[in-house]
Design a protein around this ligand. Structure first.
Ligand code: C2E
Ligand code: CA
Ligand code: CA
Length: 725
């Protein structure tokens, strides 16, 4: 009868069907006993494979070469004591075979860790007992084998695995764990597993306070700390291990390092919510923060609330076009940096696109605090930017919307800040304006204005007015300044202040400028042709910043002069100081080209900008036009008189003509003559007139102005008023 070992206790899945053969080592120096064993196994068909060692030495080498499930060893061997095998700590059952009646040896063997013992009574009884004992050991040997398998699996697995006792102290860690955490067994075993958590919440990635850690039987993400203090993102799975009675005996945890994945996720998240050029939050993130601020403001009405600043750079387009997009990008980055420097911790500055930024000033004690932020922003942009070797100046127009208006939606807040920003722009830039509800209507009007302007450019609804320029020494007429007007179909005749800022913002001003240049030159040609006395008249044309930065400028002017037959000496271009400071070197180069052709160049509104003396000296210009504001405030006691005196002096030193604008009264005229100012313009000599009006005015002959009799500037009384012939 073939005995079938009881497969009970062998884990399912390891060995389906027949019980797996046990691999035995028989250590026996007695030839007869060995043969009896082999015969017994064979005749009973026992599920054993075996190797036989005839000596202790042979046993030792076989144990190294092969994996055995059970060892059977005789006590007395030729070369030593079979009990020595026990001392090897093999982790598998060792059954000791003693001579009959040697109970003392058996006890010693059991004490030394033998699984069981057998005594060689009669051969038959001994062999049957041997089978029973080996089968009894099967379970132990199988679990020993499995343990080796599991240990090997745990060792080679890529996750850090640890086991804790019911008190949460670490009782086992695998190799990956040791490598990942950098601990040696002695340092970590017995320690509470909670020592592994990194508790700081300063990780944006994975803010996991300990109470959010995964519970038994769950998995979750948390921060773990290595021995060297460094921290990594861990995906931790935990499972309880209970005994047959449901008592918790241990808990196993597996940790997977997910720092790379987390970082990639974070990068994606960051890219979706930030502006690639400046690294600032983008519109999406800004609106999200704004929603939060709105919700907070609604919850606690007693708090001061928040403000939103909408910022748009002044003249960025001009700069971008003239210096190139790369330089434009550099400038935007530098601006982003300065803006960030203006804020407090909880505030958000975002780039909405192009040259538009938005700032959320949150948790204000008093909404008036937004004004301070606005002032800080203006100041931070004052210093020049060094971009690709150029010194660039920029400024911004700011619109502010305050939470005190009781907004419901974030879009509305931003829209109103935008409207206020446009207000700041049209009020002359470099300022901030706080939104008021009535601005909404005006914003609608601005939108109409823009549409109307586009149409006006197509239909040429623009007109010119001409204002005389006079030689202050002789009173002779020098020429006219062409000033643009818009004949609006519904609103009537509009002056530049009504539409030029909008035209500049929408990029329409260049088209208007080119039209003005052509029309003015054509008109000059007509006057010049009329009488020899008018042959030397010149026309002054104001140049728009967008024209000055256009590479086609010299060519287009050439074409106009050619088409109208006006010589270059008949044309004088006026450029304002602020157009120079944006990029002095480039402007100097362009002006140099123009001047070479014989065109004259005047610096308009002189004294209101920031151009330095050094820049001025390098500029190829012919005249400085003193700004009207200085002339109008020029009285004996005011500082403005000194300014005018200084500009006249400056012009003389640099060899430049000086033109005074806005001369309205005879006393202003005589003072300017005294100071030695060469040319002048103003209502005293004539308002800007239409071409037919000028025709009438010129009809009897070229007017000569009175008030110039006394060349020392002593002209008094009502002299100086406009007079004919
Ligand atoms: P601007 O170049 O300084 O032109 C002189 C302005 O002062 C004109 O205003 C003129 O009407 C006004 N003005 C002249 N004499 C007197 C005076 O005695 N008293 C007072 N109170 N004002 C006087 P306007 O025509 O409204 O033009 C305003 C500005 O618009 C001009 O200042 C110029 O910067 C700009 N502008 C006018 N036409 C054009 C143009 O065709 N192209 C460009 N780019 N800008 C233009
Ligand atoms: Ca002018
Ligand atoms: Ca001017």
């Amino acid at each position: 009868m073939v005995e079938r070992p009881d497969p009970q206790g062998v884990p399912a899945g390891l060995r389906p069907g027949e019980p797996e053969a046990l691999h035995l080592l028989l250590v026996e120096d007695d030839e007869v006993d060995r043969m009896a064993f082999e015969r017994f196994v064979r005749t009973h068909g026992l599920p054993y494979t075996y190797s036989v060692a005839g000596s202790l030495g042979e046993a030792r080498s076989l144990l190294v070469e092969e994996d055995f499930d059970v060892v059977l060893t005789d006590v007395h061997l030729g070369d030593g004591d079979g009990l020595e095998i026990l001392a090897l700590g093999l982790g598998i059952p060792v059954i000791v075979i003693t001579g009959a009646g040697r109970e003392a040896v058996a006890v010693e063997a059991m004490r030394a860790g033998a699984y069981d013992y057998l005594s060689k009574d009669t051969e038959r009884r001994y062999l049957e007992l041997l089978q029973v004992t080996v089968e009894k050991a099967r379970r132990v040997s199988i679990s020993a084998r499995q343990e080796r398998l599991l240990t090997e699996a745990l060792r080679s697995i890529n996750d850090a695995v640890f086991i804790t006792d019911p008190e949460g102290r670490l009782s086992y860690v695998n190799d990956t764990f040791r490598r990942a955490y950098g601990f040696a067994d002695g340092e970590i075993l017995g320690q509470p597993s909670s020592n592994l958590w990194a508790e700081e919440a300063d990780h944006e990635l994975l803010p996991a306070p300990p109470e959010l850690l995964p519970r038994e039987g769950e998995s979750g993400e948390c921060w773990h700390r290595r021995r060297d203090g460094s921290v990594f993102a861990a995906l931790l799975s935990r499972a309880p291990i209970d005994d047959a009675h449901g008592r918790r005996v241990a808990s196993v945890g597996a940790v997977h390092d997910i720092t790379d994945r987390k970082r990639a996720e974070e990068q994606l998240m960051h890219a979706a919510l930030h502006d690639a050029l400046t690294g600032l939050p983008n519109r999406i993130l800004f609106m999200d923060r704004l929603e939060n601020a709105l919700a907070r403001a609604r919850r606690k009405e007693e708090s001061g609330g928040f403000g939103v600043v909408f910022l748009d750079l002044d003249r960025f387009k001009t700069l971008n076009d003239s210096l190139g997009h790369q330089a434009g990008d550099c400038l935007l980055q530098a601006i982003a940096e300065r803006l960030s420097g203006c804020l407090r911790g909880g505030d958000t500055v975002a780039r909405l696109g192009g040259d538009e930024f938005a700032i959320l000033v949150d948790e204000l004690e008093d909404v008036r605090g937004v004004h301070d932020v606005a002032r800080r922003i203006h100041r931070s942009l004052e210093a020049p930017f060094e971009i690709e070797g150029h010194e660039c100046f920029t400024s911004a127009s700011l619109g502010i919307a305050l939470s005190t208006h009781g907004y419901e939606r974030a879009e509305d807040v931003l829209r109103d800040a935008d409207i206020a920003m446009y207000r700041a722009k049209s009020a002359g830039r470099t300022r901030h304006v706080v939104f008021r509800p009535d601005m909404h209507l005006q914003a609608m009007a601005a939108l109409h204005l823009e549409n109307d302007l586009r149409r006006a450019v197509e239909r040429e609804e623009f007109r010119l007015r001409y204002q005389p320029l006079v030689d202050l020494a002789s009173g002779g007429l020098l020429g006219f300044e062409a000033l643009v007007r818009w004949q609006h179909p519904e609103r009537g005749l509009l002056t530049p202040g009504d539409f030029l800022p909008a035209a500049q913002e929408t990029g329409l001003s260049a088209a208007i400028g080119w039209w003005v240049l052509g029309a003015a030159c054509r008109q000059l040609r007509l006057w010049r042709d009329r009488s020899p006395a008018l042959r030397n008249l010149s026309i002054h044309v104001n140049l728009d910043a967008s024209q000055l930065s256009s590479v086609e400028l010299p060519e287009r002017i050439d074409t106009v002069l050619e088409e109208t037959g006006v010589g270059a000496e008949g044309l004088c271009l006026e450029i304002t100081e602020d157009m120079i400071i944006e990029d002095p070197k480039r402007v100097a180069r362009v002006l140099g080209i123009l001047r070479e052709t014989g065109i004259r160049l005047h610096v308009d509104d002189f004294g209101t900008g920031y151009s330095s003396l050094g820049q001025l000296r390098r500029l190829p210009v012919d005249a400085l036009k003193i700004d009207r504001s200085f002339v109008s405030r020029m009285t004996a006691r005011s500082g403005d008189l000194e300014i005018v005196r200084t500009i006249v002096q400056l012009g003389r030193n640099l060899g430049l003509e000086v033109v005074a604008e806005g001369i309205e009264r005879p006393d202003q005229l005589s003072r300017l003559r005294q100071l030695g100012c060469g040319h002048g313009q103003g209502f005293l000599f004539g308002q800007p007139k239409s071409a037919p009006e000028v025709d009438d005015w010129l009809h009897p002959g070229v007017p000569v102005f009175s008030g110039f009799e006394d060349a020392d500037g002593g002209g008094g009384g009502d002299s100086g008023s406009e007079a004919h012939r």
